[in-house]
Design a protein around this ligand. Structure first.
Ligand code: ADP
Ligand code: ZN
Length: 433
């Protein structure tokens, strides 16, 4: 079903008109209500009156993560703190954490887009959903919770962790929908087998997986493991949390809810708009958010976009799976490497497991070294050394031919690489540069 027929199937010109009206209002709104934005817009040499149609968006300055950090905690808010009903705070591993907040209307908006997302993945009112994203300051758990409430689903608010208990709950209560990170769904499968359960016999028919990058190959793996439809959900706390974009069952790009989150894709080299189908950084303007609206926020996520109509009937543009991050990208001997490219190669080779980690190091006076650590099937691991070496070589050749960078491959036993109940850690950078 389509949750909001009107907004999700609107003709292109009508959508453009709504986006234009909303852009005009939001620019005026932040200019009048947020001193940091007043200054930013003034410094850029424009006035809110210069913004009349959605195409004028290009006249606006970008907002970057540092703007949020520099104005920590509340400097980019457009509403008094009293108006905020909920606040989320990022972990801030690389500096000041970022703080985001929701007014009552923002919480309504969040519920609405998450209901659209769950419906887009194939959920219908009356379904039971197991939410295994973390609840708390991380926006995953509560975002799904609000959307499921809005839709009229039956919610099991498991949060992440306590995996054996999750699996017992699934077996006994038989929810139809699972929501968690893709890596956690595979970790759950390992535990299920250990408990003597057959994952393919599970009650889950639909998975809504996001919060971290995952490849097409990983989708196939998850679908085969659990015998379910695995769909991709995208979001980030700065924009709203989960619910920015969601794949429909065509699994051919994520519908971005562009009547409220206006997307642009910017070419990394030229800084100009990338053509449809070409990769660039996703930039989003929140068109209706009240608490902390952001203009042209540079997400650091790399995608391509298409405006072609989708077979599901939705007319919103679709973004590709996230191809990498401008900051997750590792530069090894000058070559840009995205973990997703390596994941793709690894999963296409027989005998490997979808558990891997990339370790980059540079010994004094030497060149960068990229080591790809990947788990292999138990059976292969107990095979003769010769076979292991052959597999190592195959993986190495494949990666080197795809990426054009030399790598070291280390095959490890099943369960060597740390598992995660939330976002998996794919890159360990030991270089001190
Ligand atoms: P959230 O709490 O919604 O996960 P965070 O702010 O913690 O938001 O993280 C947002 C980042 O997580 C995104 O910018 C993106 O890099 C990553 N992310 C979220 N969803 C996906 C997805 N479906 N595929 C790839 N990366 C994703
Ligand atoms: Zn679709």
């Amino acid at each position: 079903m389509i949750w909001n027929e009107k907004m999700e199937t609107m003709a292109a010109q009508d959508l453009k008109n709504i986006q234009s009206d909303r852009l005009k209002s939001i620019v005026k709104y932040v200019y009048d209500n947020c001193p940091a934005y007043t200054k930013k817009i003034d410094n850029h040499g424009i006035k809110p009156a210069d913004i009349n149609t959605i195409d004028d968006i290009k006249k606006l300055p970008f907002t970057i993560k540092e703007d949020l950090r520099d104005s920590y905690p509340f400097g980019l808010f457009s509403q008094p703190i009293k108006q905020l009903k909920e606040i989320h705070v990022s972990s801030g591993t690389t500096g000041n954490p970022t703080v985001v907040g929701y007014t009552k209307d923002d919480l309504k908006l969040w519920s609405e887009v998450m209901a659209r997302a769950i419906a887009c993945a194939g959920g219908v009112p009356g379904d039971m959903i197991q939410i295994a994203y973390g609840y708390g300051l991380f926006t995953g758990g509560l975002g799904f919770h609000y959307g499921a409430l809005e839709m009229g689903l039956t919610i099991i608010p498991c949060s992440s962790g306590q995996t054996k208990r999750q699996l017992k709950i699934m077996t006994d209560l038989k929810p139809r929908i699972l929501a968690c990170t893709p890596s956690y769904s595979l970790y759950m499968a390992e535990e299920a087998r250990e408990m003597g359960l057959n994952p393919r016999a599970s009650s889950w028919e639909i998975g809504i997986f996001g919060a971290e990058p995952w490849s097409e190959a990983m989708r196939k793996e998850i679908e085969a493991t659990w015998d379910m439809e695995a769909t991709d959900v995208f979001g980030m706390s700065e924009i709203i949390g989960p619910g920015v974009a969601q794949e429909c069952l065509q699994k051919n790009g994520m519908h971005i809810f562009s009547d409220v989150f206006y997307p642009e894709v910017i070419d990394l080299q030229t800084g100009k708009e990338a053509r449809p189908g070409e990769s660039g950084e996703l930039v989003i303007t929140t068109l209706t958010k009240q608490g902390i609206p952001l203009l042209r926020y540079k997400t650091r996520d790399i995608v391509s976009i298409t405006y072609e109509k989708c077979a599901c009937g939705r007319t919103s543009p679709r973004i590709s799976k996230i191809k990498g991050r401008t900051d997750d990208m590792i530069i090894v001997r000058g070559i840009n490497v995205f973990p997703s490219q390596i994941e793709h190669v690894l999963l296409s080779i027989e005998g490997t497991q979808p558990h891997y980690q990339l370790v980059v190091d540079r010994k004094t006076g030497e060149l960068d070294e990229l080591e790809v650590m990947v788990e292999v099937d138990e059976k292969i691991f107990s095979d003769e050394v010769k076979k292991l070496r052959a597999l190592e070589e195959k993986i190495r050749d494949e990666i080197e031919s795809v990426l054009g960078v030399m790598v070291k491959v280390r095959l490890v036993e099943p369960k060597t690489i740390p598992r995660s109940e939330g976002k998996a850690k794919r890159v360990v950078d030991k270089r001190t540069l």
